[in-house]
Ligand binder design. Structure first.
Ligand SMILES: [Zn+2]
Length: 414
């Protein structure tokens, strides 16, 4: 990744300019640091202009996906297939719902069509399997998450701090499900969490985080209720076996596919106060065919830099980032990122330290990043997922990092 001399340029620029440039006061009245703006400006200068060209014909991808969903559902609902074949089609149906979500995410950002009606049509179809409202999604994801990525209070998508873990009973229940908690319930996380989290944002997080002023909780609740009623009616009319094939398995699979990306996007990155996408976000590397099917959702740093750019142009940004952003740009193999997710805790005890309040273990995000950067480096294994430290003793970041580094990674290979 560190291909040439310009690497340190932007690596440093990220930090240096962060101090020099402030984006002015945000809605909460906080002065925010904006390193992302500098990186974005530099990328814009170096990228060919045609990567930003609007290509509305990509809207046509929606048609085959909807056709596949309708056909697979109709076959599973009406044809007596051998169980193995039926389950395979059901799993594939869940896969198409996953792809449809990624397509809807892109359409929702306005990168394919500007028509609000067409956007809504796609968003309703892509979020329906999760019983999630497009109205909620637009505010939650487009306006709040993108503006406040990995901010302690403002980003509804973080697991929060130790203080919020102690303050909110829901956070303590949710923590048991979180990847890296070591609890058996965390097995359910990938298969359910988008659906669960959407309702958590609607009923709880949107009341506390800034940026949800325009949210009509009633409108979003009606959308969710309509979708839940639709699935319930469909399932009831089909009977248990066909409901499992047409509704339940696709719901679980779709959740697992999209959460396998969403969980790696920011949850192992530091909490930030300003806007520094290289610090707050992470990409993953998938096979090309998977990237094509999943609308390059693996290119997440790239997406945060240019949210309304066509996702198929993301590889151009990745090549540039690998050249100019050096070690600050993370894109480990998808499976390695997922393994690391399940081996590191989720609550922030400090902005750059993840903490497990049940097992009293912690690991610095810097060490996680170091481990993910090194191909073939050892990942923390069971029982050594983080340095075991007593909460009663205050440790500095440096001490925690050093102990953690030795504990989970061995000696660094410089
Ligand atoms: Zn987005």
């Amino acid at each position: 990744m560190n291909g040439n001399g310009s690497t340190t340029d932007v690596s440093k620029a990220g930090a240096d300019t962060a101090g020099a440039d402030t984006a002015g006061a945000d809605k909460a009245g906080t002065t925010r640091i904006n390193a992302t703006r500098h990186l974005r400006a530099r990328l814009r200068r170096e990228l060919p202009r045609d990567v930003f060209i609007h290509r509305p014909h990509r809207f046509l991808y929606w048609i085959p996906m909807m056709a596949l969903i309708a056909t697979a559902t109709a076959v599973l609902a009406t044809v007596d297939l051998p169980p193995f074949a039926a389950i395979m089609i059901s799993l594939a149906l869940g896969g198409v719902y996953g792809s449809l979500f990624f397509f809807g995410h892109e359409v929702g950002h306005g990168s394919i069509v500007k028509s609000r009606i067409l956007q809504d049509l796609v968003l309703y179809s892509s979020l329906g399997i999760y019983c999630t409202s497009p109205h909620l999604w637009r505010i939650w994801h487009n306006q709040v998450h993108h503006a406040y990525t990995n901010h302690e209070v403002s980003d509804p998508d973080t697991w929060g701090t130790l203080d919020s873990y102690r303050a909110f009973p829901a956070a303590r229940i949710g923590f048991k499900l979180s990847p890296g908690s070591g609890n058996w319930a965390s097995v359910l996380y990938l298969f359910t969490w988008f659906t669960v989290h959407a309702q958590h944002v609607l009923w709880s997080k949107s009341r506390r985080a800034p940026g949800f002023g325009r949210l009509s909780r009633r409108r979003a609740a009606i959308d969710s209720l309509l979708w839940a009623s639709f699935w319930l009616l469909l399932g009831t009319s089909l009977g248990p076996y066909r409901a499992l094939l047409c509704v339940i398995i696709p719901m679980l699979v779709a959740n697992a596919i999209i959460m396998s990306y969403i969980s790696t996007n920011h949850m192992m990155s530091p909490m930030v106060e300003g806007d520094d996408v290289l610090d707050s976000s992470m990409s993953v590397t998938s096979w090309r065919i998977v990237d094509a099917i999943h609308f390059h959702f693996s290119h997440h740093v790239e997406h945060h830099l240019f949210p309304s750019m066509g996702s198929d142009q993301s590889p151009h940004i990745r090549r540039l980032l690998e050249r100019i952003a050096g070690h600050r740009y993370l894109a480990p193999a998808h499976w390695r990122a997922l393994l690391m997710l399940y081996r590191t805790p989720r609550v922030y005890v400090e902005p750059r330290v993840l903490y497990d309040p049940v097992r009293d273990t912690r690991v610095s995000t810097d060490r996680v990043a170091t481990a993910l950067q090194r191909k073939g480096s050892s990942l923390p294994g069971k029982g050594q997922s983080a340095a075991r430290l007593h909460t009663g003793h205050c440790k500095t970041n440096a001490v925690v990092s050093a102990r953690t580094a030795t504990s989970i990674l061995g000696k660094p290979d410089v």
